[in-house]
Design a protein around this ligand. Structure first.
Ligand code: HEM
Length: 450
């Protein structure tokens, strides 16, 4: 069985200039192969120091034990701020804590059950949208993107993707992503303040248009809440939740910031994960058949079916290991630290890389292989606890993790219940990191009816 696609690594030593150029193209192939074996690696440049950390107890220190000492770097937000404003993804300290106190209750376990019918409808719609493509070759990322955007609008605002505002936001986001391919460079390599920023023309205008559309949705919901006619969905829940500490609610502006991040963080990531999972199913037909058989339980909309989609969950979890949609995260060091016999000064950038950690050769059995049964093994369970962070970990863990672990397996099973996917000869996808881990030239699959 051939291994799932992995990007080629760069040679061990390259000039800073070459590194920067590789980086602009793609942060995954810009890294040397030794990062799949190292516990920690230091990158020195004239402007900054950064440290990539793969050692589980160091990652635990940064994400779980002392997250306040390792905030998100102000500079990381620069590329995203025109779109995301003061969203929970970018803030730190007291503002971030207040925002999480208001947002978290909407994503609690019990609430997921109430959100489930909207996800179910989105999964049905996704399967129906594929029907005209039966017996042809399709680019599946476009389909999963559509499906994940639909999930967000249905769960957040009770509107399907066909609604004109939802469709316009979705289309504008596509334009935004095309105009912002340098995000990775700006986000990952903190540039000195005097260097020009890499905003492409159009990015800011695109961000402003997206925010105008989201403001319209949010304002409309404010009016419905005031009139007592608002549907009971995530937007209403978040907008009517008062911070238990200060009693304050989000005003329209701050809610727009949050909706923008829910849309961005919630649809790009899930779309990427689903597309890679479907590719893995195309290349592992025996697993595909098992999932299709399991998916027979999907008859009526009932949250209880989720407990029966165990194989689908294991497969989705394995896809998140091999292709973590958020390949790297960056934190800033605020106190002098000593990590692995090295002094790490305040201001240094700490890079946590799900991409490398999930394929670490000294931690995982068969690190580059696709094996959903690993979650039942001793090594798989240990690694799941210590070396598996597709949703990050600790206080800043993804708010949508539980949501995504329902949405992903549900849509996956729903599609495989009706369709068979097959790889297309000559079209092996190459993973590259855009906003999320995507395939360089799309993921192409042949679709037939089961
Ligand atoms: C497979 C799907 C998803 C993956 C892999 C994923 C992954 C992540 C990761 C790694 C982070 C941490 C980023 C960092 O610290 O730099 C994050 C944060 C976040 N995610 Fe997700 N996510 C997914 C789906 C979602 C969904 C569906 C939503 C909401 C509807 C969501 C909302 C958020 C928010 C609001 C944050 C910021 C949390 C904070 O900083 O306090 N995500 N996500």
């Amino acid at each position: 069985m051939s291994l799932p696609p992995k990007p080629a690594s760069r040679p061990d030593r390259v000039s800073l200039w070459r590194y920067a150029r590789l980086f602009r193209a793609d942060i995954l192939s810009a890294q040397p192969a030794r990062l799949y074996r190292a516990w920690m690696a230091e990158f020195r440049t004239p402007f900054f120091r950064s440290y990539l950390m793969n050692q589980p107890d160091l990652i635990k220190t940064v994400l779980k034990d002392r997250p306040e000492d390792f905030p998100k770097s102000e500079r990381i937000g620069e590329g995203l701020r025109p779109l995301l404003g003061n969203s929970v993804f970018l803030t730190n300290g007291e503002t971030w804590k207040r925002q999480r106190r208001i947002i978290d209750p909407a994503f609690e376990g019990g609430r997921l059950r109430e959100t489930f019918p909207a996800m179910w409808d989105a999964a049905e719609a996704a399967a129906a949208r594929l029907a005209p493509h039966t017996d042809s070759v399709i680019e599946i990322e476009a389909e999963t993107s559509h499906a994940a955007a639909d999930v967000i609008f249905r769960t957040l605002f009770s509107i399907p993707i066909e609604h004109h505002l939802a469709r316009d936001v979705f289309e504008e986001f596509k334009a935004y992503q095309r105009s912002q391919p340098l995000l990775n460079l700006a986000a990952f390599v903190p540039l000195p303040r005097w260097m020009p920023r890499f905003f492409r023309r159009g990015t800011k205008a695109s961000a402003a248009r997206i925010r105008r559309l989201i403001t319209e949705l949010t304002q409309g919901r404010m009016d419905e809440i005031a009139a007592g006619t608002a549907p009971d969905d995530l937007a209403t829940k978040i907008m009517t939740t008062a911070d238990p500490v200060t009693g304050a609610r989000f005003d329209t502006e701050e809610m727009v910031d949050q909706v923008a991040i829910f849309f961005l963080a919630g649809h790009e990531t899930s779309a990427s994960a689903l597309a890679w999972t479907l590719y893995l199913m195309a290349t592992h037909p025996e697993w595909q058949d098992r999932l299709a058989a399991e998916a027979q339980v999907l008859e009526a909309c009932d949250f209880a079916v989720m407990s029966k989609l165990r194989l689908s969950r294991d497969v989705f979890r394995e896809a998140l290991r091999l292709y973590p949609p958020v390949p790297m995260m960056v934190r800033e060091n605020t106190c002098p630290e000593r990590f692995r016999e090295r002094d790490v000064k305040p201001g240094a950038q700490l890079v946590l890389s799900p991409w490398h950690l999930h394929r670490h050769e000294r931690l995982w059995d068969n690190p580059d292989g696709f094996d959903p049964t690993r979650w039942g093994t001793e090594n798989g369970q240990k690694c799941q606890r210590e070396a598996y962070i597709p949703f990050s970990a600790g206080a800043r863990v993804c708010t949508g993790a539980g949501f995504a672990m329902v949405e992903g397996p549900l849509i996956l099973s729903r599609i495989l219940r009706d369709y068979r996917v097959a790889a297309v000869p000559g079209k092996v996808p190459v993973p590259v990191a855009h906003l999320t881990v995507r395939s360089e030239r799309g993921i192409w699959l042949r679709l037939t009816r089961r």
